[in-house]
Design a protein around this ligand. Structure first.
Ligand code: MLC
Ligand code: AMP
Length: 487
């Protein structure tokens, strides 16, 4: 089976009902299929295609076009600044960038990149200037099972983001396992407004709906009012990161609109227990939690038909094995108290980091388990809870993963900055907020926040940069981040 049936044409092509709505504009499955085919016809044979992943129908069409052509798709955050954009485009070497017509994406100087606009008209969607070949382009009906279907860039503790290669087979295995865990069927109407350049919004939120064959309402932005409107349109299944759920829980009327929903699902960061409890009261149910990462896709989840336990993320989905080990690599007890590193394996694992065999090898144990870097515990029923990360240098802010090293490098690129240390501090709204400490001359904290936003993405900008006389260091000269104010 193809990754998403709409790429295989067939019965779906006759189905003109609104299948996908993004930010108020809709496209039926037939038009979606034809549009993806037309885009695919422009991509055949390319090594990779970048997509300016704005929250738009054009992004959905562009991604499907890449998949139909069997060309690895590299989604770009639309607000990615020049440092990030240049790195990603060079690293993946995509010769083409697909963008919604009229979007004018920033192309780093010196990058040999053809920008192909994707335009959606009343008659469907076509790459501008290329209306021929509707429905037929790409031929193969989907990315092959061997090469990557998607390359998603994600931050490590140090250095620039790495491209995580995900095969169609891994994505299909994960989506099928989640459909089973969540009782997800074509009768559902999925509502969310998450960004279309990460696992949560793009793989689960778009490819999941298309693979299951359910209607998708993408709200453009994940605001409480937009989720309430999605409920009014018949939404049965809602996805959000904890920040989205927390903001919804703060608006009782909007939260109450979700009372008719079948299932709320939270992930990408830990859901605070009080948010779960407020939603249980206001919306009649707390969200179930699931856990994953870009490198592994979603590996643990509570089940729609089972208990909802605040603070716990459930157990391995079909095909996945999980274990907890101590620092010596020995198994830890499943007694709800003892914690260890969570390691996983199964068919949903990445194919590796693009062009980085050493970094890829480093995330696996010698016996083939993927080291998540997350610290977790398990109880005797097999439920897991995530208690933290081994490295404080990976920050999760509003569901986004941000490497402290990447933000430090951006700060150090400012001529007035001599030293920089970046940490995530606890934040009720964001989970963690990015805070920078710098030794600097002739530049203010707010100016440095703006400077980072100018070179990276908006969500990587520190909420605050504080000027200090010196960074705390140990006898070896290494910065001791634990001694920085954690507030
Ligand atoms: C942001 N702003 C700032 C700022 N940072 N202003 C000043 N200083 C800063 N440091 C601006 C923003 O640009 C925005 O402006 C406004 O302030 C509000 O910003 P915000 O508070 O960050 O909210 P918002 O933009 O509404 O975004 C919140 C959010 C978003 C939750 C909608 O963070 C989001 O979509 N997160 C989801 C991330 C995600 O999908 N992760 C999944 C990864 S996959 P303006 O003008 O724009 O309003 C994964 C696997 C798995 O993790 O398990 O799922
Ligand atoms: P990313 O690569 O952006 O998908 O981020 C992956 C990381 O998000 C994981 O390693 C976890 O630290 C975190 N994460 C994802 N889901 C959850 C969850 N339900 N609870 C706690 N942390 C989570």
């Amino acid at each position: 089976m193809t990754l998403v049936p709409v790429l295989a044409g067939g019965g779906a092509v006759d189905d003109q009902q609104a299948a996908v709505t993004v930010a108020g504009r809709s496209l039926g499955l037939g038009d979606l299929s034809a549009a993806a085919g037309a885009v695919a016809a422009r991509l055949t044979g390319l090594s990779a295609v970048a997509v300016e992943a704005s929250p738009s129908l054009e992004t959905v069409v562009a991604v499907l076009g890449g998949l139909a052509a069997g060309v690895p798709v590299v989604p770009l955050a639309p607000d990615a600044g020049p440092l990030e954009r240049t790195h990603i485009l060079r690293d993946c070497a995509a010769p083409v960038l697909l963008a919604a017509a009229g979007a004018a994406p920033a192309v780093p100087p010196g990058t040999p990149l053809e920008v192909i606009p994707v335009r959606i008209s009343d008659r469907g969607a076509w790459p501008a200037g290329g209306g021929a070949g509707a429905g037929g382009g790409g031929g193969g009906g989907g990315a092959g099972p061997d090469g990557p279907a998607l390359i998603l860039y994600t931050s490590g503790t140090t250095g620039p983001p790495k491209g995580v290669m995900l095969s169609a087979a891994a994505i299909a295995a994960d989506l099928d396992a989640l459909a089973e865990a969540w009782g997800w069927t074509p009768e559902d109407v999925l509502v969310h407004g998450l960004p279309l350049f990460h696992v949560h919004g793009l793989i689960l939120g778009v490819m999941g709906a298309l693979r299951v064959g359910c209607r998708l309402i993408h709200t453009g932005r994940p605001t409480p009012a937009a989720y309430a409107a999605g409920a009014d349109e018949g939404g049965s299944l809602f996805f959000g990161v904890p920040t989205v759920w927390s903001r919804l829980a703060a608006e009782p009327d909007a939260a109450a609109s979700l009372r008719g929903a079948r299932l709320l699902v939270s992930g990408s960061a830990g859901l605070p227990v009080p948010v779960f409890e407020r939603l249980a009261t206001l919306a009649g149910q707390g969200p179930i939690e699931r856990y994953g990462m870009t490198e592994t896709l979603i590996t643990l989840s509570a089940r729609a038909a089972g208990d909802r336990r605040a603070g716990w993320v459930g157990w391995p989905v079909a095909g996945i094995e999980a274990r907890l080990v101590d620092e010596g690599g020995q198994p830890v007890a499943a007694d709800a108290e003892t914690v260890g590193e969570l390691q996983v394996r199964g068919p949903t694992m990445m194919d590796g980091y693009l062009g980085q065999p050493d970094a890829t090898a480093a995330v696996y144990t010698s016996d083939g388990w993927l080291r998540t870097g997350d610290v977790a515990g398990a109880d005797r029923d097999g439920w897991y809870r995530i208690v933290g990360r081994q490295s404080t240098d990976l920050i999760k802010t509003a569901g986004y993963r941000v490497g402290a090293g990447e933000v430090e490098a951006a700060l150090l690129a400012h001529p007035g900055v001599l030293e920089a240390a970046v940490i995530g501090v606890p934040d009720d709204d964001l989970g963690q907020a990015i805070v920078g400490y710098v030794v600097a001359d002739g530049v203010s904290g707010p100016e440095l926040c703006e400077f980072v936003a100018g070179v990276l993405s908006v969500h990587k900008r520190p909420r605050r940069v504080e000027l200090v006389a010196a960074l705390p260091r140990n006898a070896m000269g290494k910065v001791q981040k634990a001694r920085l104010p954690n507030e």
